[in-house]
Design a protein around this ligand. Structure first.
Ligand code: SF4
Length: 442
């Protein structure tokens, strides 16, 4: 493991990489959840698991994509060398390539992005660059799939590291979801049977953070996709068409949204795919309004009510804003909750210097802190623990795929098969017709 010793980061340095290197070298007294984060992600490409960071305790599904070995020249290059190589390759490619950078990406990657934003915004951003033959998506696997669904067939979507999955999306496996659907049919009867009110027994709703296979399943069964900015409107759409909703993969977004709409918690059973009937009784399923898939984001699950109490003890005036992927009790204890775009806009709209404690991924929080120096912006989690899979996209992989494109090759292309893509697009179109996501919402 090679560690670069750097000075302790200043408040204006948004680099989480620098913060972790400083912790590991002893230049900073902050804490990180894993000192392995100071190594390059290539140290973990051939190992099972998501690697260090927030998802490191999650079980990676068998068959999850693995990345081949990154050539040594990219692994050994310094930050400055990689920066120069990326700039040169990007210039050589010109309009033939567009680089997309998710909010949760490391600063050393985001600085090269033509567009920075959330998954849906980025998936549609390539429309603004019609000459681009290649869309290099610096995000995770489901995001690249969504970009493939929404881009032209002749545009190649490239994920710089194939091992950049998403542990939450991986928690809803298509075989488990098909099995769940069959079990629901056993309890509720034919699931396409319309009642006197014109509603079917259950409408499937999937969060954007899901595989194309899940979006396709939803599209085939009369369902719809949502983001964290339009989840309530999407649930209203679903309740007009169904007596209940099957919501996946994020239990927390489903629970927080349905609770805010007045759905009682006792009518939101959890579906654990490893248990018969998801762990509920037939009566509980029959009485349900929202069936919550047993999925979660390991980044947002780190936040606790105790952290909020501590932030308020230090500064009673602090404004606490959580992402709705956080657990219900944490969202309830916060001052506000909303998507990444909500968080960004709330900070942007604050006219007086304000202290913000933010509950979302640390790369975004540190970038906001650097962008808005008039405010005191901190991550509610005191431990530096980025998303494990976003961490997989290192500048070394970005330099590699760009130089491969310059050489006329196109590695790591992500494509969605036509039989999945068609119903998946239908589910996305239903969402756009019901309520497009707030620009920039995740
Ligand atoms: S932050 Fe959570 S939902 Fe987003 S990519 Fe990482 S694990 Fe997945």
């Amino acid at each position: 493991m090679s560690i670069t010793v750097v000075p302790a980061p200043t408040f204006s340095d948004p680099s989480v990489d620098h913060a972790i290197q400083a912790i590991v070298s002893g230049a900073s007294t902050d804490a990180t959840c894993s000192t392995d984060l100071a190594a390059g992600p290539w140290d973990f490409d051939s190992r099972p698991g998501y690697g260090p960071g927030s998802s490191m305790g999650d079980v990676i599904p068998t068959g999850a994509p693995r990345q081949g070995e990154l050539p040594i020249e990219y692994r050994d290059a310094t930050e400055d060398e990689l920066d120069a190589r990326i700039r040169a390759a990007k210039e050589a490619l010109g309009d033939r390539v567009v680089i997309l950078g998710h909010f949760y990406q490391r600063e050393e990657v985001v600085r090269h992005a033509d567009y920075v934003g959330d998954s849906f915004q980025l998936a549609t951003a390539a429309k603004g660059r019609p000459d681009a033959e290649a869309i290099v998506f610096c995000g995770v696997h489901f995001m690249a799939e969504t970009a493939d669904l929404l881009s032209r067939p002749d545009q190649a979507v490239i994920l710089p590291n194939l091992a950049a999955g998403c542990s939450m999306a991986d928690m809803a496996d298509i075989d488990q979801v098909e099995d769940c659907w069959e079990q629901l049919e056993d309890v509720l009867g034919a699931l396409d049977q319309v009642d006197a009110d014109g509603r079917v027994p259950v409408i499937p709703v999937t969060y954007m953070n899901s595989s194309a296979a899940i979006k396709g399943f939803v599209g085939r069964h009369g369902g719809i996709v949502c983001t964290s900015s339009n989840a309530q409107t999407v649930l209203e759409w679903a309740f007009e068409r169904g007596r209940r909703v099957l919501f996946f993969p994020d239990q927390h977004l489903g629970r927080n949204t349905a609770k805010a709409m007045g759905v009682p918690l006792e009518q939101m059973p959890m579906w654990n795919p490893r248990r018969a009937l998801g762990g509920s009784t037939a009566e509980e399923i029959a009485d349900s309004r929202v069936i919550l898939w047993h999925g979660f984001c390991s980044v947002h699950r780190r936040f606790t009510v105790a952290q909020i109490d501590q932030a308020r003890a230090q500064n009673p005036a602090v404004r606490v804003i959580m992402h709705p992927e956080c657990p219900m009790e944490v969202v309830d204890a916060a001052d506000e909750a909303g998507s990444t775009e909500y968080i960004r806009r709330a900070i942007d709209a604050a006219t007086q210097p304000t202290s913000f404690a933010i509950g979302t991924e640390i790369n975004l929080v540190r970038r906001l802190a650097a962008q808005y120096p008039q405010h005191d912006i901190s991550c509610l989690d005191p431990v530096v623990c980025p998303c494990s899979t976003m961490y997989r996209i290192h500048p070394g992989y970005l330099a590699w795929v760009l130089e491969e494109l310059v050489a006329g090759r196109g590695p790591n292309r992500i494509t969605v098969a036509d039989d999945v893509a068609e119903p998946a697009r239908l589910a996305l179109e239903r969402m756009l017709a019901a309520k497009p996501p707030v620009s920039g919402a995740r």
